[in-house]
Design a protein around this ligand. Structure first.
Ligand SMILES: [Zn+2]
Length: 263
């Protein structure tokens, strides 16, 4: 048996040897408790972490899907995107508008500001800047209103948060999981909100916001024509007719009139 003071000294040594692990688990426990108590998971991912996560996941998404480098298409998307970025509401993010080399008419928003429009979507709307402005505005709203990061937190939970905090090896798997989540719709309320905010950003950026109605009608048409090949941006709940009605209602409320819809 060790003398009493030696025993205490040994305990101190054991505790100090495990201190980094204890600290880590204490932090995890504290974060978990905080989230459970206040239900405020979104505050657990800082803005910097959100931006980093979105960029990592976006890079992974691009590697898998391929990126369209056509100069004219990229110039168009970058110029409309820059105007939408200036009109977007705080919290501001470093928006980055890119084109995916896929013929599917679709678009997606990653947390932190990486926005993708698919080549198939640009081909579907032509080079119409009003229509592209609303599509980019809709996706930008998913970032600005933090729909994107909140979904990541809800769906991936603490594993993603902890991997981010401790830069675990599972980060690559999480980047891939983020990529598969962002191409899904965000649910009724968030989609309606993104439709409205997209129109507001487009209007504030100098575009005709009534183009939203024309794009939604086009979605409806494509969906009817190619039900298995339509992009997820419009394979949504709410359905297209609900979104058209909602967009018209917002245009009337804002007292706008434009080339694509006049109340
Ligand atoms: Zn959406």
């Amino acid at each position: 048996m060790l003398p009493r003071h030696r025993k205490r000294q040994q305990e101190v040594l054991i505790v100090s040897r495990y201190r980094p692990y204890r600290r880590r688990w204490m932090l995890i426990a504290a974060l978990t408790a905080l989230a459970v108590v206040c239900g405020c998971q979104s505050r657990l991912i800082s803005k910097d972490q959100e931006i980093q996560l979105g960029q990592d996941a976006g890079d992974d998404f691009e590697r898998k899907q391929g990126r369209d480098r056509d100069p004219a298409r990229n110039a168009l998307v970058n110029s409309v995107g820059a105007n939408i970025e200036r009109a977007a509401e705080p919290p501001d993010y470093p928006y980055d508008f890119r084109i995916i080399a896929s013929n599917q008419p679709n678009a997606a928003a990653f947390p932190g500001g990486r926005i993708y429009i698919f080549r198939g979507m640009i081909e579907a709307v032509g080079t119409n800047r009003d229509k592209i402005a609303w599509i980019l505005g809709h996706e930008t709203a998913h970032v600005a209103r933090q729909h994107a990061v909140r979904r990541i937190e809800r769906q991936l939970g603490y594993e993603a948060i902890i991997a981010l905090i401790f830069k675990k090896k599972s980060a690559a798997r999480i980047a891939s999981a983020v990529g598969s989540l962002v191409v899904l719709d965000y649910g009724r309320d968030n989609e309606f909100e993104a439709d409205r905010m997209g129109m507001l950003y487009a209007h504030n950026a100098g575009y005709d916001p009534t183009a939203a109605v024309a794009v939604l009608k086009l979605f409806q048409e494509i969906q009817g024509r190619e039900p298995n090949d339509f992009g997820v941006m419009f394979a949504t709940h709410p359905g297209n007719q609900d979104r058209i009605n909602h967009a018209r209602g917002y245009i009337e409320e804002m007292d706008w009139s434009g080339a694509y819809y006049t109340p």
